[in-house]
Design a binder for this molecule. Structure first.
Ligand code: ADP
Ligand code: MG
Length: 264
């Protein structure tokens, strides 16, 4: 498997507030990296830096070995290759679902309209919304809107998809319909970086989990370790706050391979 994304010691501050102090991570093609951590620890900022919505102050970000940070010129290309879906549905309210979905592929990718329409319909059907192509976003439920937002991002054929708490604003009964789409994309080999507070989903979807706190990566481990025998006390406390306590029968880890030293 080849490395698709490298984040190397990035730093980002707002005014005098250092939000990302020293964050490094790597992602292989087809893998899913889940980022968890307390509110305000810099998760959204990290995703925004990765797709160029924020400029970093130090370090570098590479896509397939090519530096993409600090190059404003290619920003639109970076955003095309690295798609993002946010917590709030950002569909255009004055456009029908199909027009929302065709806009990017036709305008930015230069696809013929018929092809864009066919691909959009196929993808809508895949998320169970084939009958919603002609409606306006306001007539959809929150869960349906987020599924459309996922479809819209996928139709841009991104190399990586970044998902920032995409179910956080949804009523509980709609969360799983959206997360199931994400699980389906993951099974299909979509490379993703996912920020979520849904711990069970995180465990199911992740190949790697990164625990971020105070702008630093505190622990990085596969989900079976992170969720059941986390190696740092801070991760343990964080998981306990979600009632996601490590299983009692789990043995303590032999080594501290997942613990990462953070700059003071
Ligand atoms: N555009 C901005 N301007 C100033 N401060 C910001 C901005 N975006 C985020 N921050 C601050 O950065 C910190 C981390 O925010 P964020 O990345 O949204 O955290 P998380 O997503 O983990 O909750 C917070 O203290 C937040 O107030
Ligand atoms: Mg956030």
């Amino acid at each position: 498997m080849s490395t698709i994304l490298q984040v190397r010691q990035i730093r980002k501050a707002f005014e005098h507030n250092p939000v990302l102090r020293d964050v490094s991570l790597e992602l292989d093609e087809g893998q899913v990296l889940v980022v968890v951590g307390p509110s305000g620890c810099g998760k959204s900022t990290l995703l925004r830096c990765i797709n160029g919505l924020e400029q970093i102050d130090g370090g570098e970000i590479l896509l397939r070995g090519e530096v993409i940070s600090g190059r404003r010129k290619n920003l639109h290309l970076v955003r095309q290759k690295i798609g993002m879906v946010f917590q709030s549905y950002d569909l255009f309210p004055h456009m029908r679902v199909m027009d929302n979905l065709m806009l990017g592929p036709v305008k930015a990718l230069g696809k013929p309209k018929e092809q864009a329409r066919e691909e959009a319909l196929r993808m809508l059907a895949r998320v169970g919304l084939a009958d919603k192509a002609g409606v306006y976003p306001r007539t959809l439920s929150g869960g349906q809107r987020q599924r459309v937002a996922l479809v819209r991002a996928m139709l841009m054929q991104p190399e990586i998809l970044l998902l920032d708490e995409i179910t956080a604003a949804l009523d509980p009964e709609m969360v799983s319909e959206v997360l199931n789409v994400v699980l389906d994309l993951a099974r299909d080999g979509m490379t993703m970086v996912i920020v979520t507070h849904e711990m069970r989903f995180a465990e199911a979807v992740a190949d790697q989990v990164v625990f971020l706190e105070d702008g630093c990566v505190v622990e990085r481990n596969p989900p079976e370790i992170f969720f059941h025998r986390p190696e740092t006390d801070r991760a343990k406390h964080f998981l306990q706050s979600f009632d996601y306590a490590p299983r009692k029968r789990a043995a303590p880890p032999d080594t501290n391979t997942g613990e990462i030293q953070c700059a003071p």
